[in-house]
Write a protein that binds this ligand. Structure first.
Ligand code: ATP
Length: 394
């Protein structure tokens, strides 16, 4: 067993239970060789029937089996939350570029490795003996910190690999070799042929990485955003980082994908094309549309707090966040620091107890009370109730 693969011993129970020869494949092999085992996915390929293999493994491990409709894949769950994914070694051919491949069982692990994206991901470890299978110089490229495609048509066949290449460059601090980089630039127009859903999945994977800005900037350099008819933010703007910082600081609860999409300039309707949820698409589009309006409504004016809140609440739910991430503004800062947390201590039930029936007037009275409270005219429940009585008497 190669020395770097020593970490595998952690998986002794699985290795002991394997019902026959198999190969550890995918990113885990790469990360083991880098001595950088992050989350340890145990992805196994077998030359033959994955489901039968997984069934036997589940039995020997005392685990539970789930099978997936997709081409020969199954998962064995064992212990508390651990799992092994088993797939049939396969080869792939691309009948048309950018479409999904045609899949067939492979006769050898080498055939399976030959369908993969980059040499550093095209290594396997034979199990249980732990020998490295590296027909494409993956280990050497790992040492040279290179992201390198396996053949010239790779990016055209599957343009999602351009996104993946940029992702690995940033995550591993690697670089495409010059030829791979040229091929990526030449293939950039092919990203326009990807389905919207596949583009969305690639973007969401990018937003989950540590430094999405660097990845988007790289994709911009390769000409990918132009082909998608959108504009990725230059790294220098720091926009995504500021969105994430504000989101954390004010516990706004937006997902990384949501914040990432806020940083991309895109034509109306693009978020629908890539099948983003309604809520996110509406929030992001409104933010881009309304940010200049919100800014001109409040910037540079010494507005009363209630007016700031009113201006913010007239816009979509993401607009103030987006505006503040784009440029510091005292009124917006005040909104997030304090004003958005101002709540009345009375509610509709209190107004009913004061004799006001269910009607639009309830909303009006509560609105007026909130306005006064925001402006510092009411302190505490007793003062709110007194003001409510006054308003009802008018
Ligand atoms: P990591 O993101 O760390 O690489 P992972 O192993 O979960 O982790 P996946 O995206 O699940 O990564 O891919 C698993 C393996 O499948 C990759 O290592 C690669 O060999 C292969 N693979 C994934 N996507 C493609 C693709 N578009 N073209 C070719 N091979 C791919």
């Amino acid at each position: 067993m190669a020395r770097e693969l020593g970490e595998l011993e952690r998986f002794g129970p699985v290795l002991d239970a394997l019902p026959g020869p198999a190969y550890l494949v995918g990113g885990t092999v790469r990360d083991l060789l880098r001595r950088h085992p992050p989350r340890f996915d145990f992805d196994v390929a077998v030359v033959g029937d994955a489901e039968a293999y997984a069934t036997a493994l589940a039995e020997r491990l005392g685990g539970r089996l789930t099978t997936h409709g997709r081409f020969g894949t199954a998962t064995v769950h064992y212990d508390d939350g651990a799992h092994v994914d088993v797939a049939t070694a396969r080869s792939e051919t691309y009948p048309t570029p950018a479409a999904l491949p045609e899949v067939a069982p492979a006769d050898s692990i080498e055939d399976d490795l030959a369908r993969r994206d980059f040499t550093i991901n095209a290594m396997a470890v034979s199990l249980p003996d732990g020998e490295l299978v590296d027909p494409l110089q993956g280990r050497e490229h790992l040492r040279e910190r290179l992201v390198r495609v396996l053949h010239e048509a790779s990016f055209v066949e599957d343009p999602t690999r351009i996104f993946r290449a940029a992702r690995y460059e940033a995550r591993l601090d690697f670089r495409m070799d010059p030829k791979t980089e040229t091929l990526a630039m030449l293939a950039a127009p092919a990203v326009a042929q990807l389905s919207g859903a596949r583009v969305r999945e690639e973007l969401y994977a990018i937003f989950e990485e540590e430094d999405p800005e660097r990845i988007l900037a790289r994709l911009h350099q390769l000409g990918v955003d132009v082909q998608l008819d959108v504009e990725f933010p230059p790294e220098s703007t720091g926009l995504q980082q500021r969105l994430r910082d504000l989101n954390d600081m004010y516990a706004l609860g937006r997902s990384r994908a949501h914040l990432g999409l806020l940083s991309i300039r895109a034509p109306q309707g693009w978020l629908d094309d890539i099948k983003v949820t309604r809520r996110i698409a509406d929030g992001v589009e409104a933010a881009h549309r309304e940010e200049p309006l919100l800014r001109s409504a409040i910037a540079g004016h010494a507005y009363a707090p209630a007016e700031i809140v009113e201006a913010v609440e007239r816009t979509g739910p993401d607009t103030a966040l987006y505006a503040l991430a784009r440029a510091e503004d005292p009124a917006l800062r005040r909104y997030f620091d304090r004003l958005r947390d101002v709540r009345l201590e009375v509610d509709g039930d209190d107004l009913r107890a004061l004799g006001l029936e269910e009607s639009p007037r309830v909303g009006h009275v509560l609105g007026e009370l909130r306005r006064r409270k925001l402006n510092g005219e009411l302190a505490g429940r007793a003062e709110e109730l007194a003001a409510a009585r006054e308003l009802l008497a008018e």
